[in-house]
Design a protein around this ligand. Sequence first.
Ligand code: AMP
Length: 401
Amino acid sequence: MGILVINCGSSSVKFAIFDDLDADPIVRGSVEQVGSPAISGHYIVREADPVPIRFPGHHDHAAALAATFSALKADPQLQDLSITAAGHRVVHGGQAFSGPVLVGESEIERIRQLSPLAPVHAVHNALGIEAAIAALPGVPQVAVFDTGFHQTIAPHVYRYAVPEFLYRDHQVRRYGFHGTSHQFVAAEACRRLSLPLDSSRLISAHLGNGCSATAILNGRSVDTTMGLTPLEGMPMGTRSGNIDPNLHSYLHEQTGMSLQEITDLLNKKSGLLGVSGLSNDLRLLTEKLAAGCEAAQLAVDIFCFRLARELAGLTVALRGMPDALIFTGGIGENSALVREKTLEHLTHYGFELDAGTNASHGASTQGIITRSDSPGPPAIVVPTNEELAIARATREQVCTH
Ligand code: AMP
């Protein structure tokens, strides 16, 4: 069995091949700067040296995928491997898709039709599936949606307080993202804490370049911080998170900036990058604030306060205290500082950090970073693994059809 996982983003293609869903992938690779003459890509088979991918002539998504497939097919290390299914990360499933699906032409068309909701991703996601169908004829293709896990959220939580026609005619509602990651770490946290997933209250914080948190009741998403688009919620690497909804008109009147310019400002130049004026990379900001940089300090202080406020808000949909708070994503898994500063705002919930285990990201405690005699629930670091989650969902879809 070989399951290929493809994540086709706006300027990158990431891929992995699993032959055992309880182990690391045997192939992992990526193509960067897709769409530019500087396109480059490589993959690694098991632990061997990286193999470069060559791109003769074209550098668009179709070329990136075609070059990747022909490099993998020609690789002597992979001659014994047969791909039995392919799983695709698809960012937006709108209201049409509430879980992974086997994909044919009509599903590809429906994914394309979601472009108004996901202008950057929908077209590339559809292209990735088409390229995989062309390269692997007869192999089942499965789409796994970032929004799918959140389709269990109730209308009073996902609807905005705006006129009904915006929902009816324009699908304006909260969708939520990072669902594959939230679902994966929730199951893994329950396994580690010996909690039954179907009778648990969890809050997961996925903190990467994009950040969102989700309230998960009995294994189902009941509220999440991202909305119609990934801009809603807490501040992120380059996104502002929640902002006064009048800001667009205020800035337009004051500065003459266009709607698009303001949207770009809030999505690409805000968050940690915007406040610090330095970077969206928390590693750099951590060094700078240790050296006394006030702008870096403020950026991290805002990030942690607003994150704590979102986490507290999610307890409403859980109707009680969580059994555990999960940290994941590049920041959640690696920044002891962010976890410490965030939990400082939530001591009234009984979180008491163990400084030693927090510093080692819970390496010797299955990820648990709170003291065992803490009055509140545990906080736990759980590395996410979206590729593995997509591979598992793909196998499940193929086996049940
Ligand atoms: P992701 O999108 O999940 O890859 O996460 C990217 C974010 O994780 C960036 O802001 C990185 O600065 C942050 N990150 C990665 N490694 C570390 C680390 N060791 N310490 C702090 N932040 C980190």
